[in-house]
Design a protein around this ligand. Sequence first.
Ligand code: 6R9
Length: 634
Amino acid sequence: MVVPESQEKMYYPPVELQRNAHVPDFNSYLVMYKKSLENPEAFWREVADEFFWKKPATGPMLQHNFDMTKGNIFVNCMEGAKTNMCYNVLDRHVKEGKLGEKVAYYWEGNSPDHHMTITYRQLLSHVCRCANVLKQMGVKRGDRVSIYLPMIPELIVTMLACARIGAVHSIVFAGFSSESLCERIMDAQSSVLVTADGVYRGEKLINLKQISDETPWESERDVWWDEVMRDSPDECEPEWMDAEDPLFILYTSGSTGKPKGVVHTVAGYLLYTSLTFRYVFDHHPDDVYWCTADIGWITGHSYITYGPLANGATSVLFEGLPVHPHVGRFWEIIEKYKVTKFYTAPTAIRLLMKYGQEPLRKYDLSSLRILGTVGEPINPEAWRWYHEVVGQGRCPVVDTFWQTETGGHVLTPLPAATPLKPGSATFPFFGVEPAILNEHGEELEGVTEGYLVFRKPWPGIMRTIYKNQELFENTYFRKFPGFYVTGDGCRRDKDGYYWITGRIDDMLNVSGHLMSTAEVEAALMLHQSVSEAAVVSRPHKVKGECLYCFVTLKDRKNSDQSAVFIFSVREKIGPIATPDFIQNAPALPKTRSGKIMRRILRQIARNEKDLGDLSTLADPKVVEVLFNQRSEAA
Ligand code: 6R9
């Protein structure tokens, strides 16, 4: 495997953090974990107790069937209970918790000159007005509302307004094309679209309204936010929802290319995002928390809006980019708001690493206590840089593995409890029971590698695919009856740590050796001149499959170093992992959330020209460039 176990350095939780932590040491984690599995009823009941229930549950905390051979797949949390998400994340704090004047969000615009502060009381008032506007427009409980907004407070106001009146929000990331937006509106059959006229991302103006609607303003149909909000009353009785009513739909890409509408429900999602936020970021009332994700993705839903608000937290809400107007923007914001907990993606870390330590030195990062990552496996190089340079060796890095479908973190360290190994998402969160299976569905014990699955639900797991229960069951439950299948590969080491090896379709078999593209990528990334690497498989007459590597250099002017890279991968992993092709790539094709699209790279490697719809790519032009250069490599 990538790192011989003997060379692994463990990172232990800092004592200062342990003193006051919710889960202060590894033994406490084990005790609580055991309780969560042995007595989920008591465990989740206790979590539910702090929230407001208009009517208590009549059924158990969790019921489920994960076995297709025994009937329909379902998960049910707190049957009979009635509540309201918005009430729990706003009114409860303002009315019961006396947090009205506490800052909910420090909003920081694309330009450093634009910023504002929003308290819990102000947020509640805006949300009620927006809820009344939606009602006025005829939106009723159960109706879908599509939201196509940038990272501005109105986005959070609109999503909570939907939650307040029982409408189901469907947020579409504001970087998606009109075609993608259209597809999602049609699938959800939304009656209202909330958008903005435009937004600056860095220097670039994006005309959201034009994208939403090629025709100009239609006075019969369209209304201005400011006008309708101004005239709207700021009190609105929440709609008391059933525990299992849908809260939102969020589309995630499917393997066939057609997006799937993942459905999350009210009570379970509230319990799970709230608890994971509290424990994984060891939240305390004086924290300033910042998650750099966009609310258009699940990370933003769970860990910018619902999880933090459920805890009465103060968060930074950032509209801009990490490198605008300068490459130290993140560090500047951390200093400005004295951020204590910082959560970002490996792709952002790798981007910022390229600029070295200089941009960080200008800012005071001493407020930081805990760092987090999400979205992809993080290569140990990037992990160490994050830990040493950003966190100054003082802050645990919580590498949180989860999915749109899981609703919240499922494999993750707890910062004061878990000894860390760079690149490992470590252990399961409370209530989560992972297993590793082989191709035949047999459970593998001890040190092993295979398919990552979960045996039981936790409250925040998805309930269905919108209007497509059959696709839901086939995608996640058909392959291994009795388990939720993540689609990710996973390794368990001698200490029981879980290591995500990437999507199963990113596994490859070279001369009978199963390996993950992620481990070859990590080996390439070790080379100091490499800024990013993506590895895919290509059919090979002798080996079955072989490795085709796309490498982006830190300095593009550097000469061809293919031989050096091949040598370093051989050295790091072994001769079985010798790459057959290295292509110098000026950039890699990525989704708008920053995930490398390996499907497309695979097609480039195989010279398959028919790539289908590229509209989910952040920059589709990259693909053409890679095809044109290809002949040099292959
Ligand atoms: C939250 C989110 C889910 C897929 C998931 C996996 C990858 C996410 C990861 C990770 C390794 C981590 N992934 N976190 N891989 N380590 N810490 O990203 O949701 O957009 O649905 O993506 O992302 O492959 O299956 P989503």
